[in-house]
Design a protein around this ligand. Structure first.
Ligand code: ACO
Length: 345
């Protein structure tokens, strides 16, 4: 965590909070037993090493923007915000529909968000937290009032279904939030971002970019797939998850005892448990849905946040901490005081 900087947006004029959340996961469920039919694995191994029981898989006609759109519609509805009132759309994804146009443009067009600007943000599984913090700066500065932030990925399309060390871990999903001004003392209180490129080779998709273009002659099939040195990423994740949460909290003069709900990246139940212990949180202050969805990359944190809201696990004045980590290597965290909605926010 040597490259990271912490800061708090407290000095900003306008407090920024989440006005509404939504999520979408494609309906097809792939269980561990389903995987064991064609790859050398067992339900027992996957469950005991990762906590995952099932994941969702997008239909062949579905791409990332389709999932992102559904999550966005729900978030806008829950926020009571019309698409035409959006000023900005940020889509965090590492699996865009295509290199160009940006997924944000595809979502903008389908929503009819005619006034909005937008862009995609790619920092692997940390993407949603990075996009949340990026979007909040536009509201905090007074530049914009309504920002849609979506995290979405179709990871199953980048799996080598013969590689049991990766294909059992990932699934498809999306989550979204609408950001806007909130009352003083609410919203994003403390944030923290970090990257460490020295560990980047532990988690890669090598083909499809300018170094190894899709049409390259020397491309190998495996270059299109996600490749991971699992134990290295595990060690990194166990260390960074708790540390990142603490940095966001400390930057706002908050402590783990004040946290009402910790919503970490849903990669592995053992990583989440290690972070819980590091923060000294009781079980009921941690939210996890990894058993149902696996690792949905950029969809993971907002999908968990949205389900936590649906399950009535978050109330006004609660202190919610989000942490993402992933390829890069990268990580990001945010401490959010829930509520404080203004009449017209
Ligand atoms: N089924 C059965 N056996 C398996 C499977 C499987 N699906 N996968 C691996 N094994 C075997 C290995 O081959 C190995 O066998 P060996 O001892 O005979 O060589 C044995 O199980 C142990 O393998 P490890 O990799 O050491 O297992 P580990 O306990 O480390 O668990 C895991 C592997 C689950 C991948 C873990 O390392 C992990 O969770 N890593 C972090 C993953 C993660 O968080 N990724 C985030 C990505 S975020 C993003 O940006 C994309």
């Amino acid at each position: 965590m040597t490259t990271a900087q912490s800061h708090t947006p407290q000095g900003c004029k306008i407090p920024v909070g989440i006005l509404g959340v939504g999520h979408f996961a494609p309906p097809e469920i792939v269980t561990n037993q389903d995987l064991a039919k064609f790859v050398d694995t067992t339900d027992e191994w996957i469950l005991s090493r990762t906590g995952i029981k099932a994941r969702r898989r997008a239909a062949s006609h579905q791409a990332t923007s389709d999932l992102a759109y559904e999550a966005a519609v729900q978030a806008l509805h829950n926020a009571g915000v019309e698409p035409r009132d959006l000023d900005l759309i940020i889509v965090a994804t590492m699996t865009p529909d295509c290199p160009m146009p940006s997924t944000s443009c595809l979502v903008q067009h389908r929503l009819g968000a005619t006034r909005a600007g937008g862009f995609d943000l790619n920092i692997a599984c940390s993407g949603f937290v990075y996009a949340l913090i990026t979007g909040s700066q536009f509201v905090a500065s007074g530049t914009y009032r309504r920002v849609l932030v979506v995290g979405a990925d179709v990871m199953t399309r980048f799996m080598n279904w013969q590689d049991r060390t990766t294909c059992v871990l990932f699934g498809d999903g999306a989550g979204a939030v609408v950001l806007g001004p909130v009352a003083p003392g609410y919203g994003l209180l403390g944030v923290h971002l970090g990257i460490n490129g020295a560990g980047g080779t532990n988690l890669t998709i090598n083909a499809g970019g300018s170094r190894l273009p899709s049409w390259s002659d020397n491309i190998q099939r495996q270059d299109y797939y996600l490749q991971m040195v699992g134990p290295e990423v595990f060690r990194f994740a166990v260390q960074v998850m708790g540390e990142a949460a603490l940095k966001a909290l400390h930057s706002a003069n908050l402590t783990p005892e004040q946290v009402t709900l910790f919503i970490p990246h849903q990669a592995n139940a053992r990583i989440i448990e290690a972070a819980r212990k590091r923060l000294g949180l009781p079980l009921d202050r941690v939210f996890s849905n990894v058993e149902h969805y696996g690792n949905t990359s950029c969809g993971s944190v907002p999908l968990a946040l949205s389900e936590a809201c649906q399950q009535d696990r978050i109330h006004d004045d609660d202190l919610v901490v989000l942490v993402g980590f992933g390829g890069g290597l990268s990580w990001g965290s945010a401490a959010i005081r829930w509520g404080g909605l203004l009449r017209e926010s």
